[in-house]
Design a protein around this ligand. Structure first.
Ligand SMILES: Cc1ncc(COP(=O)(O)O)c(C=O)c1O
Length: 459
């Protein structure tokens, strides 16, 4: 890549011909991999044929693969071309506002039709399901970002899509629902009376606001009960993070254009997909001996990596999914209704969990109010109104830039702006009205949830 020499250059753009042709599989380079998924009934490693009830074989192979590079099918690349490569920006106006010597860069994934990074894997998943002869996909969605990405992908490949949307988000975000409907998906508030898992939760608490764990149970139950239907997950699993590595692979080329290499790479973490997407290709350099820090940012209201435990836990509430080895707050953890719906998940990607455990990735939790403050600062300097999830990465990037100022050092900071916040204006309205609060999940509730998990492990 020829370096750009214009001192005012703000956008670093790649051509369509520079699109990555293969995804980067970090499993090829990690010396300490997470343990295999377990069958919740037997606690034995789950057999591929058990998972084949809900996932196509091609995705299961990617889940386990140790190949470093996995080719991206042409049909997927053709759709990526609609918005990829995404731009890399130098946040010059934010730097000036902060009066920091740091150079701040951000990769902007909000230019996809759905407004976030989620279509990078939705397109791939819909493609492999279509190839396997599947006619319907079910999924869950929190903030609505993943549901809209899958609705879009299913529309492109002519597959029916049913989305179980966490009830609190369904009520808070009618416009995301309408976007999914525009792309042809059916959207059901979860918990719903349509599945056994949903009926059980409604019987215990008719006013349940729902959670990602519950919505996953509903979507998996339906997929497992029909041969024409599979399930698609928007985060956490290895193949999902794999598909997202197009973000970091492009960003590396773009940083080359800028003639810089990041000292620190930052992304928010819900289940870990945008973090893995941006950061894993840089960790490949770290494995090869290059210095680079990686920071995973989560909300204090759902502090999985900073306060959870690394152990085997269920990925959903009803226990229909395999047990994964990951940092978890316990699968019955019911997060408060904070306004970053996509970060309200009790677990985290097993790959990221191991990397945090082994000290290759730092984890940091930030409060809701400073996060919104950072989001507004970003909107007023750079112009883009970020998704509340992405604002967690902005908060951490600003903190790094202020630390560089304090130290008088010209550090290079790269973060992922995983989506725009145009469907999150309700949250901004509450913030401007002074009606949002900080919320640290109470230690004793975390301890109680983890104790229940331990009791389950002894059964
Ligand atoms: C814009 C945005 N960023 C981040 C996330 C968090 O998910 P993940 O950790 O898988 O990137 C979400 C989840 O919905 C999201 O919508």
């Amino acid at each position: 890549m020829a370096k750009v020499t214009d001192r005012k250059q703000t956008k670093f753009l790649l051509d369509e011909k520079d699109l990555p042709r293969a995804w980067y599989n970090i499993q090829a380079d990690m010396s300490n991999l997470p343990g295999p998924p377990l069958n919740p009934a037997t606690r034995e490693p789950i057999k591929p044929e058990e998972l084949a009830r809900i996932f196509p074989v091609a995705l299961l192979e990617q889940e386990m693969s140790r190949e470093r590079w996995i080719p991206i099918p042409e049909e997927v690349l053709d759709i990526y071309r609609l918005w990829r490569p995404t731009p890399l920006y130098r946040a010059r106006r934010l730097e000036q506002y902060l009066k920091t010597p740091a150079h701040i860069y951000y990769k902007y994934e909000g230019v996809s039709p759905a407004g976030s990074h989620k279509p990078n894997t939705a397109i791939a998943q819909a493609y492999y399901n279509k190839e396997a002869g599947i006619r319907r996909l079910t999924t869950e969605t929190g903030a609505g970002q993943w549901g809209s990405a899958l609705a879009l992908a299913c529309q492109f490949f002519g597959i029916e899509c049913r989305v179980y949307m966490v009830k609190v988000s369904y009520e808070q975000k009618p416009y995301r629902r309408l976007l999914m409907q525009s792309w042809g998906a059916e959207v059901i508030p979860s918990p719903s009376p349509m599945t056994e898992a949903g009926r059980k939760i409604l019987a215990e608490n008719p006013d349940s606001p729902g959670s990602l764990g519950t919505a996953i149970s509903e979507a998996v139950e339906e997929a497992a009960s029909r041969s024409d239907t599979n399930y698609a997950l928007g985060s956490v699993l290895n193949h999902v993070l794999l598909h997202q590595t197009v973000i970091g692979l492009e960003a590396k080329k773009q940083m080359e254009l800028a003639g810089e290499y990041p000292d620190v790479v930052i992304a928010c973490v819900g289940g870990g997909s945008n973090f893995g997407g941006l950061v894993f290709p840089f960790l490949a350099d770290k494995f090869a001996g290059r210095e680079v820090r990686a920071v995973a940012v989560e909300p204090t209201s759902c502090p999985t990596l900073t306060k959870g435990r690394l152990t085997y836990d269920l990925a959903d509430v009803a226990g229909l999914t395999p047990m994964l080895q990951m940092y978890t707050l316990g699968h019955d953890f019911m997060p408060p209704a904070i306004h970053a719906g996509g970060l309200r998940y009790h677990g985290d990607s097993p790959l990221i969990s191991m990397l945090v455990h082994d000290g290759l990735v730092e984890a940091k939790a930030v409060d809701q109010l400073p996060t919104f403050e950072a989001a507004v600062t970003f909107a007023r300097t750079e112009g883009i109104l970020p998704a509340p999830e992405s604002a967690h990465a902005i908060r951490a990037a600003i903190d790094e830039a202020l630390a560089a100022k304090e130290a008088g050092e010209e550090r290079v900071i790269l973060f992922n702006l995983s989506g725009h916040g145009h469907f999150d204006l309700g949250a901004y309205e509450l913030y401007f009205a002074g009606r949002l609060q900080n919320y640290s999940y109470p230690e004793e509730l975390i301890a109680a949830s983890l104790a229940r998990l331990e009791a389950m492990a002894r059964r």
